[in-house]
Design a protein around this ligand. Structure first.
Ligand code: G4P
Length: 527
């Protein structure tokens, strides 16, 4: 097969949802369709449930297990699908943000009872930053949920994306009859079942009396009214709007009952984009360029503390990756040879000799690679779009064992490279402050520093609201600002300047007082 054909048959995507909306269930059904797993229940181990805080060890263990399920590759109708798993636990949201930088599209799952929840809003913001195409699956129609029109309004309002229903539910809960496919013009009747797949009954004219026979007169009347309304509000779907991340096609179904999942998957392989052009610091890279390029979006530590090796997840962006070749590690300007590379098929990892754009390769790493690193065949450029976001919780690291200072520093650095948290080093006094999205990470860091590096530390809470990356077109003004706010200026892992704002109101005041300074909530920005 040619490079172009390999690219055309690949779809790399992630599923985003609020915990409990049905992401794991949907993943499992998709894998069943792809023949990647044989029975239901096989994916559960990847799931990180909302454990009590004391259960964080359990969560870490599950995170370890989930290496195998972090990328699930399977074939469906000649399409190679790479599904990237995202942790559901909100304390690991940063992991999810980064994973989203490696996908070409996403499927968003919304619970029809709960509607749009906060976690989905945050994830959608990340999708919007890169205009990622989104398909929406409204789940749990077998339960009494919100009115479908209200759900669509809520998605548009809260997620700031236009919607376009491609199927429409006929009642819900106990009286759920099924869905009418608006683009196929067919009826799919619902039967609660975990295994059977819905069949499509062609009803090209919604006024055909045969509809009444299938769903009963009153539901048929309601459906006809709904469809008339929908046809008025939503003209033909413009696929370009979907590709540009402006419109999300919407499906309704019930993942646990395997209802609507096949319809979703069939539409997904038809609509969702193959690997796309990506931005670098110097130019745009097309996937069909002959030379290999890719970037690291995730690093996972080996769970065995005696071996400090890690798996780096590489997204191939262009050309062909070949195991055993030498590639340029652009950040260090050094050539690295990867003799150990794994592909992720279903839930297995297997050695891979070659990989194509859209594929994810697991690279065995002994500490050279960092999240965001670019690998090329020699060209000096860096993939962009893998930013850090301002953390939510900040604590100072206090060394409790002066004999182990070196170990503490090394351990902290390595854990930060893995993306466990972010480290900010103050310019004055060299105070080290760790920032995280959730409280859990502090326990994880403390435990791992002790176990893996023999270092003991404590954390002192800091009164910080946000870390803002700062820039200015006027170097003199920037220098003045730094001089006047020295106590609040720190450097991030890449030595970028960060202003540590103590409160929202104070940040606002500082912004007003220094209009020449730009404050950014992510580490990547254009002035
Ligand atoms: P998540 O990964 O997004 O966190 O959600 P997950 O798939 O684990 O689903 C959360 C719960 O919702 C599960 O129930 C699951 O069975 C249920 N669920 C998923 N899809 C549907 C659906 O279409 N209809 C209904 N009624 N429920 C659905 P659980 O009790 O938490 O787990 P389990 O005991 O069923 O495994």
């Amino acid at each position: 097969m040619t490079l172009e054909q390999e690219i055309a048959k690949r779809r790399t995507f992630g599923i985003i949802s609020h915990p409990d909306a049905g992401k794991t269930t949907l993943t499992e059904k998709l894998l069943l369709f792809g023949g990647a797993i044989q029975k239901a229940g096989a994916v559960k181990s990847s799931k990180i449930k909302d454990h009590a805080r004391s259960d964080w060890m359990e969560i870490e263990k599950q995170r370890g297990i989930s290496v195998a399920t972090s990328v699930m590759g399977f074939n469906y109708k000649d399409i190679k699908i790479n599904l990237l798993d995202t942790p559901g636990h909100q304390d690991f949201a940063e992991d999810t943000y980064r994973t989203l930088t490696a996908v070409d599209s996403v499927i968003m799952v919304v619970d029809c009872v709960k509607g749009v929840e906060i976690q989905t809003e945050k994830l959608m913001e990340v999708c919007r930053m890169r205009n990622t195409p989104v398909l929406c699956f409204i789940n749990k129609l077998d339960r009494e949920g919100q009115d479908p029109f209200d759900l669509l309004d809520e998605i548009e309002a809260k997620l700031k994306i236009k919607v376009h229903p491609l199927s429409w539910p006929i009642s819900m809960g106990k009286t759920f009859k099924g869905v009418y496919s608006l683009y196929e013009k067919s009826l799919k009747l619902f039967t609660p079942s975990k295994t059977t797949v819905e069949e499509a009954i062609e009803i090209s004219d919604i006024n055909d009396p045969v509809l009444d026979q299938y769903i009963g007169e009153s539901y048929a009347i309601k459906l006809r009214e709904d469809v008339e309304l929908l046809n008025g509000v939503y003209p033909e779907l413009d696929v370009k709007d979907y590709m540009d991340g402006k419109v999300a096609p919407v499906f309704f179904g019930s993942a646990v009952n395997n209802f609507g999942v096949k319809e979703l998957l069939d539409t997904f392989i038809r609509l969702a984009p193959p690997p796309l052009i990506r931005e670098t610091t110097t130019r745009e890279v097309k996937p069909e360029e002959k030379k290999f390029t890719g970037f690291i979006f995730k690093i996972h530590a080996n769970m065995d503390p005696k071996h400090r090796n890690r798996i780096a997840f590489l997204r191939v962006c262009s050309g062909k990756f070949e195991r055993g070749n030498n590639y340029l590690h652009v950040r260090n300007d050094k050539s690295i040879r990867f003799s150990n590379a794994t592909a992720f098929m279903a839930q297995d990892r297997e050695t891979v000799d070659e990989a194509w754009p859209g594929d994810i390769v697991g690279l065995f790493d002994t500490g050279n690679l960092k999240i965001g690193d670019t690998l090329t065949e020699g060209e000096k450029m860096l993939y962009t779009g893998i930013p850090s976001f301002s953390p939510e919780i900040f604590k100072e690291v206090i060394n409790k064992d002066a004999m182990k200072t070196k170990q503490l520093e090394k351990g902290l650095l390595q854990l930060m490279e893995e993306g466990v948290a972010q480290l900010f080093t103050y310019q004055l006094g060299k105070k080290k402050v760790v920032g995280t999205v959730g409280a859990l990470q502090f326990e994880v860091i403390q435990f791992r520093l002790k176990e893996e590096y023999g270092a003991t530390c404590e954390f002192a809470p800091q009164n910080i609201y946000k870390a803002c990356w700062i820039s200015s077109k006027d170097d003199k003004k920037l220098a003045e600002f730094i001089a006047s706010k020295q106590r609040h200026i720190a450097l991030d892992k890449d030595d970028k300047l960060v202003f540590m704002a103590e409160s929202k109101a104070w940040l606002q005041m500082v912004q007003d007082n220094f209009p020449e300074i730009n404050f950014h909530f992510t580490s990547e920005f254009k002035d």
